[in-house]
Design a protein around this ligand. Structure first.
Ligand code: HEM
Length: 439
């Protein structure tokens, strides 16, 4: 199979991309993670203390992408990384440190200024309500919470110069599911040649139906502040998304009763996959599992997988390429999310995270123009029942559901929003050499 895209090889990564933090090109697959949101105190004395802390304490412990290569080729790169440490900055964090922030317009404005249909900032959770005060995110991940705690203790910032605004803990759920019960993390863009080759080996023979091969410039940007300008960084979206599990179940129950179809079918029409990962565009019932080599070419009218279904909204797999200004490959995001809360807790959800090189062309296009927009996919398709964020002026956002799998007749039926944004920010993962050079 031909990638048709010049993917980076592991050898090239080692020689050219050493100055790049971890979790960007390769997700950490750790079981739990602390996301520590930080504010830097004002004034020159505090600035110097923050710079010293980042240079002397954080920078030497940062995980780099090249430390994660065991996850791609454990024979050539056998060294494990038991803990992942990453440090990211907001635009105001750069300002506070006395540096010009990376150029992305949305990054410089901040998430709170963007038209994402989010609840008002003053209703966001503590730690996020004053966006100008959110300066950095320290991410520590490991398989055991005790290891994360011990690493956080070793990284403790100077109290006079750095305030911890909030700590968001994430924990993987058994079976790699998210809180609505669906297997997650199946479909990702692939940037590394060997990863892509391994993916191809797992697919049935013949041409790929959807090619996850993605150019590095869709996720990396050169870090102008790195040593010799040779380092790289990436923009991170961080959003705490609360999931109302009882409301999701009530939506499913009502619609299944109205249409007289199985609840599992309605669930799959909301997400685009059955709970075991089977794409509903490929099969009328669960059983195929988390296959990923499919497109929507065989379902042009959305009678198997409706156009509003979450995965069809957020990745139409090229079906609009002939109409769109950008190609499918240019809108992809690298998801790095982790669930929060234990099953059965009243407050559960997802710490949604994704990396990209352009916030407007990637995350914002997906969230605003696709997920939130009832007329994306097709006119009156309906908003995304999972990640669509509603607003007060949208009149016709209720999705149109097939009456039966594979039949063109459909019914417009309400779906109450069951995912709510609770706070977040745009960050940048600077090159390790920048953090090591702060003075
Ligand atoms: C609580 C909120 C969310 C839940 C429960 C959720 C759940 C899921 C599930 C179950 C899948 C299928 C597994 C897979 O294909 O990997 C998926 C895929 C995906 N989601 Fe979400 N998601 C959420 C929010 C978001 C948001 C906010 C975005 C972006 C704006 C997003 C973008 C994606 C993408 C790009 C895929 C892969 C689609 C594909 O390539 O076929 N998700 N999500």
């Amino acid at each position: 199979m031909n990638a048709a895209i010049d993917l980076v090889s592991l050898d090239e990564l080692v020689t050219t991309y050493g100055d790049l933090q971890g979790n960007v090109l390769l997700r950490h697959a750790k079981q739990c993670a602390a996301h520590v949101v930080l504010r830097f105190a004002p004034g020159e004395a505090a600035r110097q203390q923050v710079a010293e802390w980042l240079r002397e304490t954080v920078a030497p412990r940062l995980t780099r992408t090249i430390d994660q290569l065991i996850d791609v080729d454990p024979i050539r790169f056998p060294t494990p990384y038991p803990v992942l440490v990453s440090l990211l900055l907001t635009a105001s964090g750069y300002q506070q440190l006395g540096y010009e922030a990376p150029a992305d317009k949305a990054f410089r404005q901040g998430m709170h200024q963007r038209a994402l249909n989010d609840p008002p900032v003053n209703s966001w959770e503590e730690g996020f309500t004053d966006p100008a005060q959110v300066h950095a995110l320290l991410l520590v991940a490991a398989d055991e919470a005790a290891t994360v705690q011990a690493t956080l203790a070793a990284l403790r910032p100077p109290a006079a110069a750095v305030e911890v605004l909030t700590v968001a803990w994430g924990h993987e759920l058994p079976g790699g599911i998210e809180h609505f019960g669906f297997v997650d993390g199946i479909s990702q863009p692939l940037y590394i040649r060997e990863e892509w080759e391994r993916y191809c080996q797992r697919q049935p023979s013949g041409e790929l139906r959807w090619n996850p091969a993605t150019r590095l410039d869709q996720i990396l940007v050169p870090d102008a502040l790195s040593a010799g300008g040779q380092g790289f960084g990436s923009y991170l979206v961080f959003r705490k998304l609360a999931q109302d599990v009882p409301r999701f179940a009530a939506n499913v129950g009502r619609l299944a009763a109205t249409l007289d179809v199985a609840e599992a079918t309605v669930e799959a029409w909301a997400v685009g996959r059955f709970k075991d990962g089977t794409p509903v565009s490929e099969a009328a019932a669960a059983g195929l599992g988390p296959v990923n080599d499919f497109s929507y070419a065989d379902d042009p009218v959305g009678s198997r997988c409706p156009f509003h279904a979450h995965i069809r909204k957020v990745n139409p797999r090229g079906e609009h390429d002939s109409l769109a200004a950008t190609a499918d490959t240019e809108n992809r995001i690298a998801r790095r999310s982790i669930p929060y809360g234990a099953v059965g807790d009243p407050d559960v959800g997802m710490l949604f995270m994704c990396f990209q090189s352009n916030l407007i062309r990637q995350f914002e296009l997906i969230q605003i123009n696709w997920s939130n927009f009832a007329d994306f996919g097709r006119l009156r398709a309906g908003a995304d029942p999972v990640s669509g964020q509603g607003n007060s002026w949208e009149r016709n956002k209720h999705p149109h559901w097939p009456r039966q799998w594979g039949q063109p007749e459909r019914l417009q039926h309400p779906w109450e929003q069951c995912v709510t944004m609770r706070g977040g920010a745009y960050f940048f993962a600077p090159s390790p050499s920048f953090l090591a050079s702060l003075s």
